[in-house]
Design a protein around this ligand. Sequence first.
Ligand SMILES: [Zn+2]
Length: 466
Amino acid sequence: MLQNTVSQSRRSFLSRTGQLTTAAAVAGLAGGVGREARAAPGNCLVGETVNVKETHYLLSDVRLEEGFEKDAAIVVATSTALYTLEIKDGKIAALHPKGAALPQGLPTYAADGQLALPIMRDMHIHLDKTFYGGPWQAPLPRQGKTIMDMIALEEKLLPTLLPTSVERAEGLIALLQSKGSTIARSHCNIDPVSGLKSLEHLKLALDKHKDDFVCEIVAFPQHGLLHSKVDGLMREAMQMGVDYVGGLDPTNVDGAMEKSLDAMFQIALDTGKGVDIHLHETSPAGVAAITYMIDTVEKNPALKGKVTISHAFALTTLNSGALEETAVRLAANGMSIASTVPIGGLMMPLPQLSKAGVFVMTGTDSVIDHWSPFGSGDMLEKANLYAQLYRGSDEYHLSRSLAISTGGVLPLDDKGNRAWPKVGDEAGFTLTRASCSAEAVARLPVRSATFHKGRLVSGGVDKVSS
Ligand SMILES: [Zn+2]
């Protein structure tokens, strides 16, 4: 009992340490603060908490899901068991059941019965422009403001953000890691005010984290591809390691739906990249844009499987027949949807899209910036929102909701067979004090440690032997 109490307070200390590390990264002091503080209290318990430096080690007492428990046909609980994970060269080399003979002589860390969840993916974030890590600043009132007003605001704001944008991006990366995400897709402004500077800064930040964070970049013409005349800049960006051509509301911002989308797709076709467009339009023009994009991908097989529509609010305006038809066409062309799982007036038809075979991803978008101050950077919270919005409060549906946060990777498949982790998988997971993924989705417990390709990248674990 005493051990438990100490252990709990130590755990809450570790979660605070995570915040310290975040603050340190923002201040450009990553490293020292977190590590020193972490080693201080409670390490007489089972061992010493240190960074995992080895490439071949054991992590004991990891809780993994084994199957569903049913009452008649209803899933009422999830069964789990403790395993020792053997991690080698970034991969899961073996899953040793409790009590099995373990390879001798390997350094061993203790997960202390915590549940492992698959690594989470923040597939829509703007790491390049954020207030995160700076002084508190609420967005200006949005009532009556159009996207064109926001663009005018950005023209003034961007030069004030650029001097700290590398440190702030690193702070956001640390925040995401502390919540269990080490894979992301970041949009990055390409506009006449910041030119390619936002992209250069983002690349500097990502370069510092190339071993602990994987991030695709979307070149995002936030001030309108045609409106701000950035076709040339966008093409330059494509030569700088960008993965996707971005776009923005072709009717409301560029005032020429087909011309704007044609220009966006042409850059993608000329450079062999994919597309990820911000489409907020809810008017019939938004629906027309989606249809036009599907038509374009159909005509250009090179784009198949490489186009994402972010937000896609226009899908909320379709009746069920039109939605079904659109979803089937999106799926047939490998087009995905990135949604922040919005709450309020717009109820995105995400389950209907998934059911039709459309790959649905989620992301933070804003953590704190001039658009919104409410982001937590926590993808598990998106699964929680999904479960709340789409009536998923039972054990089975809670467990399924996790898929939106993990790129579809779930500990158990729909029938209850273990699907993750498997020997040979990349060793990417986050540890949390929950009995199963359904509880984690519903209760959002603190993540105590995040591993990426076998490296501990956030939080801490106890070392029990070396
Ligand atoms: Zn966005």
